[in-house]
Ligand binder design. Sequence first.
Ligand SMILES: N[C@@H](CCSC[C@H]1O[C@@H](n2cnc3c(=O)[nH]cnc32)[C@H](O)[C@@H]1O)C(=O)O
Ligand SMILES: [Zn+2]
Length: 432
Amino acid sequence: MSELLVTGGQVLRPDLTVERADVLVSQDSGDIVAVDEPGTLDGDDELDASEGLVIPGLVNAHTHVAMTLLRGLADDKPLDAWLQEDVWPVEAELTPEDIRVGAELGLVEMIRSGTTALSDMYFAVEEIAEAVDQAGMRAVLGFTAVTVGKDDEGARADLEESLDVARNLNGAADGRVRTTFQPHSLTTVGEDYLREFVPKALDDDLSIHLHANETRDEVTPIVDEHEMRPLAYADDIGLLDGDTYVAHGVHVDESEIDLLAETGTGVAHCPASNMKLASGMAPVQDLLDAGVTVGIGTDGAASNNDLDMFDEMRDAAMIGKLAADDASAVDAGTVVEMATENGAALLGFDSGRIEAGANADLAVIDLDAPHLTPAHDLVSHLAYAVNGSDVRHTVCDGEVLMRDRTVEVFDEAAVRDRASEHAAALVERADS
Ligand SMILES: N[C@@H](CCSC[C@H]1O[C@@H](n2cnc3c(=O)[nH]cnc32)[C@H](O)[C@@H]1O)C(=O)O
Ligand SMILES: [Zn+2]
């Protein structure tokens, strides 16, 4: 039996209090065994958390991890033009190997910034699952189906593949990978296809993840065609369900917020992407007040442009206040819960809290820095002042993924070199 002791630091507890404590984790079960007063626990191996804060590993509730290869390639455009003119033509040239390399780069970036779990939407999902397996992280993965612009055969092949991937990869990486059925959005998958395939997913007890109500331009055609709000349309199809979570949820009205709450549908809020693509401001405080589970996601690196969840917490707090026109809205403690417990709830992992019995997914923040001085309130620091580069150690499932800022699960320099090479070749193919 192998146990790891995270020792000498302060610990963020589930009630958001901070205390001096050691954390003992089992590398066999992957669970936290005990959280106790300093000096009372023993392990076979130790992680030094002195001058540090132990927090739950952050949960990135919506991303396209392999899109790191497109980082900085298409900026300063709205969603529709960004996808059609820039992103989709380049993505059409992506090979499975590119996706593997891009995913590895994104996972390294996540490990360095204290993220231990992600929810991903993409293609060549087997490659992403293998990268996640090697990374030692947890992920909810899926193949994203698009039917617009495809003939019937192509459309069906996409949806069948989304079902197959969700069925076959569930439980991969020793249970660290779960899956979702993924229609890309309510406007990029046709109604007849949704009505045919969503019941199949539900019959198989598959969870569902899709983009919804991201931009105004996406809402208007649905209202025009179906004479209902997009989420009423989604509910009519059967998409809204306790195991479903939608990305964005920016342009939702009161009736849709109620629908999300009643059906137990979650939301992955992506503040940076929503600002960068000028999609709008999600009514996050209203969603939370209604009882909707809201997590936080970075979205892909091409609309962010990094995968740092500390940035994302700060952005969520800032834009949440602007949207509510209330400086007390989406406060520091709330964004920390959104990035930890809420995200874990959306993904269906027993992570997101430092407590005996929970998954041993954690990060240690180095507090020994000018921008974290003085230390009046460490929850405030997590929301407003900590950067991803302040993370000293990252642990998932009891295994050390990064120790003293050295990533142990990948050869980081090689991953970065490969990513640069693949990105350059990709752009060359797309341009020719
Ligand atoms: N099988 C699909 C691939 C879809 S993967 C998921 C897609 O979501 C795209 N994406 C990334 N961010 C966003 C967003 O914010 N809204 C909608 N789509 C996005 C991403 O570029 C990728 O094309 C096909 O044949 O086109
Ligand atoms: Zn997205």
